[in-house]
Design a protein around this ligand. Structure first.
Ligand code: SAM
Length: 166
């Protein structure tokens, strides 16, 4: 039977090498802790993180990068212009949102082409003008009393599904 440290070492040997194939994009972030959580998930699934360079963001990412090694982070500038550029360059832009016509997470296929997973503001969600730039939306079904999940939890579930790791 393998020890825990052997299991961890094996995991590293099989790590993804496809940085950049999937990009998590919390483009209207409010809480640094959520960026840190998303950065950890990005590392786990071999994705990159795209964030606007708000004054507090670099420090929040440095704090959140508890793995203490290089992570793949893109700074976006204006979120709408960045999203439009992603589409022009051929990325599929998937909004993680409770939106009209959204598909359910279970029906979201693993990403075979460059894919951006757009995450909304913690209070107000994805702005209407950005919804217009989405190729599709995916929602995570919920049966409890709450109406939404924490943005880092929602993003992590979608990143795992897009990566095909679960
Ligand atoms: C806390 S929610 C925003 C809630 C906001 N009051 C609203 O109604 O849009 C923050 C973000 O998490 C993601 N999110 C949370 N729960 C979700 C769900 N069940 N399905 C899809 N995305 C979800 C979305 O990206 C959303 O914009």
């Amino acid at each position: 039977m393998s020890t825990r440290s052997e299991l961890r070492a094996n995991r590293r040997r099989r790590a993804h090498s496809c940085w950049g194939h999937i990009v998590a994009a919390p483009l209207w972030p409010m809480h640094g802790a959520n960026l840190g959580t998303l950065l950890r998930t990005c590392d786990a699934v071999g994705a990159c993180l795209a964030v606007p360079r708000l004054p507090w963001v670099p420090e929040a990412l440095a704090k959140g990068n508890t793995l203490r090694h290089r992570s793949c982070v893109h700074f976006t500038g204006d979120p709408l212009r960045w999203l439009a550029r992603q589409r022009e360059s051929g990325s599929r832009v998937v909004g993680v949102e409770l939106a009209e016509g959204a598909i359910r997470l279970a029906d979201l296929p693993a990403a075979r082409a460059p894919t951006v997973a757009v995450l909304g503001h913690e209070r107000t969600g994805i702005p209407d003008d950005a919804v217009e730039l989405l190729d599709e939306a995916v929602e995570i079904p919920m049966v409890g009393h709450g109406t939404t999940l924490n943005v880092a939890v929602a993003g992590s579930l979608v990143l795992y599904k897009l990566s095909g790791l679960m």
